[in-house]
Design a binder for this molecule. Sequence first.
Ligand SMILES: *Cc1c(COP(=O)(O)O)cnc(C)c1O
Length: 463
Amino acid sequence: MIDTHDSGACYSPNLDSSLFRDAMEVFHINTARIPCREAFRKKSLHSCDIEQAEQRLIRFAPFICRIFPETLPTNGIIESPLIPAQRLLGAVTDGKNSVGRLLIKLDSALPIAGSVKARGGIYEVLKHTETLAFQEGILTVDDDYSTLADKRDFFSRYSLHVGSTGNLGLSVGIMGSKIGYRVTVHMSADAKQWKKDLLRSHGVDVVEYQADYSAAVMRGRDIARSDPMSYFIDDEDSADLFLGYAVAASRLKKQLDSMKITVDSAHPLFVYMPCGVGGAPGGITFGLKHVFGNNAHCFLIEPVNAPCMLTALTGEDCMNTTGEPTKLAHISEYGLSGVTIADGLAVGRASYLVYSMIHDTIDGEFTVDDDRLIPYLQLIHDTEGVFVELSAASALCGFEGMLSPAGQKYIEINGLQQKMHDAVHILWATGGGLVPDEEKSALLKYTREWCLRRPLYLMQALK
Ligand SMILES: *Cc1c(COP(=O)(O)O)cnc(C)c1O
């Protein structure tokens, strides 16, 4: 059943893949979704794993505080604000629709890395650091972890490798080099120059690839494998990254509680998350479903030219019956280019691990045209004074799509019509914090002029 509405977006329980093959915007409702509790039973990771990750971050807090004094206000816990976005809500709904509240989760303001990667990337570096320190007898679980700040010489014997479209490299590179590791970041062709420059200023070795993201990851993996002193952070296959992201959920719950915002069966939560390889939005989804169960409605957003998770979610034989990891399709197999101005989302192949963790709980996915990201970025900036990367601006497509006729179908199917007044919607602003001022002003100048040249575009961009 395909229901195309005026903007070209589609609703479909059985998505016709020819639509995304043609790089059309689509809304896919996940028909493989089952009740969370049932889904969790089949997973290799559980709530205790998320709790352990949380505890580990707490153990490391005194260390983080010491090496990154900007985390003093939160005692070494790396967390971001959750802010109301009433003006943005007004602009998007034109005051007409009663759809509940709109909030923005400002991961663009996460300390140290300025993006959602400060969750997963930093967590995995810390976990590896703890493992090495335990192994070599320089730390026990009861010690004061801040003493690790005096062990740079020890860690300088080890190296870290990571493949990145930019932000994961920043997160691993900045944290890793501060601890003392030799860090090599394998950058895909899309990575921004300033990200490479910033990493090099931290003493990180940046290797550039002309090919796409999967190629950079593959190369990094091979190099690291041949050296016993090196460790590879595998964005395509890392339970640690995933768990680092998942910790966001219980933290979000605390923030909602302190804002006196309830999430329960009468007050649904909608979360819109930009998706690249899947780790960040997948981990957050996994966490949210553990905290809020089926009352959390989680949506991924991918560029029309790089919808790798969508191809996995709609593909036929992603899961083989023995549960062996199968390689997911590459978007080039669908004739898609992978080219997008949302550089953090320019990923050709989704993580199988993430796919297997969320394929039966994720609620749906929106794909977004690059052209829409420009007015989105501008609108988020003009209404809320928040600067986000183009990748992060894509989250708005999800909220907007939920208000569209396609989204209404989802609301109907899930019996949420009467509850929308009391819903809370969260745009996950995944990055933008480290963008240098000159880059920011240049981008804002570009987006402003772009919007001025197309006075109606902003309205059209709002479906
Ligand atoms: C990495 C990234 C994402 C997506 O995270 P994945 O783990 O690749 O799915 C979204 N937005 C920004 C800004 C990112 O850097």
